[in-house]
Design a protein around this ligand. Structure first.
Ligand SMILES: Nc1ncnc2c1ncn2[C@@H]1O[C@H](COP(=O)(O)OP(=O)(O)OP(=O)(O)O)[C@@H](O)[C@H]1O
Ligand SMILES: [Zn+2]
Length: 534
């Protein structure tokens, strides 16, 4: 078997979201980021597998379904469709949607459990402790806030548990985990999350229970049908099930043959411990290679508290998208909140950012330059070659390093830096055209100069559109089309093959004399709804 790196493949995951309620902006946040990475990797010519899905078992879901008088499966099916529909609205191009109630998943969980069992890493013991059903996690007493509330779900009290469960020998992997964090400092990102994990592990790992006695909604423990498998043990394996081709037998060997190990797990910091501690230990026990990287981003907050389904303080992404469009929502969250940090949502800032960056800086620059090209050059790109523009030209020299900066930004998930660096070029374009005043040059009969000014501005706009396409694919489509290309950034094959980063992220792609489309605003200015005072 060829090692995966040589196959030009890139696989990544979002969390498998709990189906205790419909998705909110927090769920969308991770998914938008994952989609931007997937699109960037495709531009690099990679074959990409983007996995998302839902975590459907456990007490949290069982109780939610009961409270709604639904069977758990009906409940899951209803909520799943709301996730799928939101992902379509947001132009998320996922390749696999992994549901943990799928029968194929049951097979994978059984086989994996068998491996860990055979290794001697599972044993029966008494579990006592405080449990947050919303987290589906035992908490240390010292972590709890007043009156035994969960620190993440500040409206949910933890519950005391005292039952016989099967345990996973996490403690056995302490040294191996410590060695992993040491040898692969990039395994957990950002740095602050890595430090958190390293410090947690250094305090000593305790085995954790991987079964539940009084929860019916789950897979039976293969060696004891009176217990069900703990929802997290089953959910993490959902990433592996997702790797199965639709028509292949559900075996671990098949699932792991092409896309494993996963390059990147994107998660929120709430589920860091599961991914950075439990998951690698489970994989070590099953003798499987470990994923490439785990990135735990920050929380979108409302009045300083994590937005969440359990707390109910969420912002509805469907409304945001219907009102402002997918590109606007994607751009705002990826640009305005530094990936890794927490960030509060503010509608006024949302509207102002989009108007400033996309409507004014980018949209207007294209629009006014196109108008001049129509007026002075009969609707064509001036007859100039990018190569002929001197290397020390203001825009060309900035553009020379931009592709690399942006690639580095996407690789390290610094989306904000990607947007800022790209917008800098656009802002420089605006300044440049004002200073050069091609309308005056035209009156002076300096048509060559006008041509080179317009070319360099249009080429800068094209480059910006290309570099932002993983974040704002529809806007980039509009811009490319107005510049006379027929390229669809939402078409995966085109993206993988027709617009390679090595060419399109560089200066000088606009063909001389290419026919331009009629100028149309590419991004409509947004209005602040009157009801909003923030
Ligand atoms: N406020 C948030 N900010 C950023 N990401 C979030 C937020 N809420 C959820 N997420 C994303 O969803 C993941 C958690 O999924 P989950 O289904 O538990 O959603 P949740 O809304 O946090 O649910 P609950 O409130 O019931 O815990 C996080 O790891 C993160 O990827
Ligand atoms: Zn909790």
């Amino acid at each position: 078997m060829k090692p995966k790196e040589t196959k030009n493949l890139f696989s990544l995951t979002t969390p498998l979201y709990y189906v205790n309620d419909v998705p909110h902006v927090g769920s969308a946040y991770t998914t938008m980021a994952a989609d931007a990475v997937a699109r960037f990797q495709r531009l690099q010519g990679k074959s990409v597998l983007l996995i998302t899905g839902t975590d459907e078992h456990g007490q949290k879901i069982q109780r939610t379904a009961e409270s709604l008088n639904r069977s758990p499966q009906d409940h899951c099916d209803q909520i799943v469709s709301s996730f799928e529909s939101l992902w379509h609205k947001l132009d998320i191009q996922y390749d696999r949607f992994s549901r943990t109630t799928a029968s194929r998943h049951a097979e994978i969980v059984k086989e994996f459990f068998g491996r860990v069992w055979d290794k001697g890493d599972i044993y029966l013991s008494q579990q006592q402790g405080w449990y947050c059903v919303a987290c589906e996690e035992f908490k240390e007493e010292r972590e709890l806030i007043d009156q035994k509330y969960c620190p993440i779900h500040t409206n949910k009290q933890v519950e005391w548990r005292d039952e016989q469960n099967y345990f996973f020998r996490l403690s056995k992997y302490q040294k191996q985990l410590e060695a992993l964090y040491q040898e692969r400092p990039d395994f957990i990102q950002p740095e602050s999350r890595r430090n958190e994990v390293v410090s947690f592990v250094s305090q000593g790992l305790e085995d954790f229970s991987i079964s539940r006695l009084n929860v019916d909604w789950g897979f039976p423990v293969p060696v004891d049908p009176n217990q069900t498998i703990y929802v997290w043990f089953d959910a993490l394996l959902g990433y592996i099930t997702a790797l199965l081709d639709p028509d292949s037998e559900p075996t671990l060997e098949n699932a792991l043959s092409k896309w494993w190990p996963i390059n990147l797990h994107l998660i929120g910091k709430d589920i860091l411990r599961f991914h950075a501690v439990y998951w690698p230990a489970m994989l070590m026990s099953a003798d499987l290679p470990l994923p490439g990287r785990i990135f735990g981003h920050g929380f979108l907050t409302k009045d300083g508290k994590k937005m969440g389904k359990s707390l109910g303080n969420t912002l509805n992404p469907v409304e945001l998208v219907s009102q402002f469009g997918a590109d606007a929502v994607r751009y705002y969250f990826l640009k305005e909140i530094e990936f890794g940090q927490d960030g509060d949502f503010n509608l006024t800032r949302f509207v102002n950012t989009l108007n400033a960056d996309l409507a004014n800086d980018l949209g207007n620059l294209l629009n006014r330059t196109l108008r001049m090209a129509h007026k002075y050059f009969e609707g064509r790109i001036p007859n100039v070659s990018g190569a002929a523009i001197p290397d020390d030209h203001l825009l060309k020299s900035y553009a020379a390093n931009l592709g690399q900066t942006v690639a580095q930004g996407y690789e390290s998930l610094a989306f904000s830096e990607v947007c800022i660096a790209t917008l800098n070029l656009v802002q420089a374009g605006n300044k440049y055209i004002d200073e050069q005043a091609p309308w005056t040059l035209y009156k002076q009969g300096k048509l060559d100069l006008v041509g080179s000014v317009l070319y360099s501005v249009l080429e800068s706009v094209r480059l910006a559109a290309y570099l932002l396409s993983p974040i704002t694919p529809n806007l980039s489509n509009e811009i490319y089309q107005q510049l006379g290309f027929s390229i669809d950034f939402n078409d995966k094959t085109t993206v993988e093959t027709a617009v390679p980063f090595g060419t399109h992220a560089r200066w000088g792609v606009l063909p001389a004399e290419q026919a331009l489309a009629e100028p149309q605003p590419v991004f409509q200015r947004l209005e602040l709804p009157e009801t909003v005072s923030s």
